[in-house]
Write a protein that binds this ligand. Sequence first.
Ligand code: FES
Ligand code: FES
Length: 174
Amino acid sequence: MSNAEHEPTGAIECTVNGEAVSTHVPLRQSLVDFLRHGLGLTGTHVGCEHGVCGACNVVVDQRVVRGCLMLAVQVDGSNITTIDAEKSDEYITILQQQFFERAALQCGFCTPGMILQASELLRHTPAPTRAEIRETLSGNYCRCTGYHAIVDAVEASAKVISHLSSDIGRRGGS
Ligand code: FES
Ligand code: FES
């Protein structure tokens, strides 16, 4: 019998990308390992595993967190969004499209974390300056792109979202 079989577990109930989840998780399991190995949501990446690179970013109760630094048992009762929510989260969908159109990725390893971090910025700051975008993404490491195209993509996403919002306003939507 392996040590894992003796490991104490805790019950959690949460919502992940709009789906209710009710399960038991090992008490020492990180949130990112739970998402990737427990739920098969492998869009969230694991890089440094100690809170530095931002590859593991996910949104928990509307705040971006490092999935490698949070325990899975801590999300009991929480609402979680990952990059795998691309079809149900308009901000993530638009950012993905703009990253693609602006060639803001090469290997793509950093991209999920970048997009989740940028989505939080755009929800709270609809028209960020380039300096604000750079400041927001300063905790996300990219080894490939040199960052300029990433800033371009976030800036372009803000414009797309702004146009969509004014279209909805003109049509009298909420
Ligand atoms: S893997 Fe979590 S910050 Fe690097
Ligand atoms: S695209 Fe390769 S690490 Fe950012």
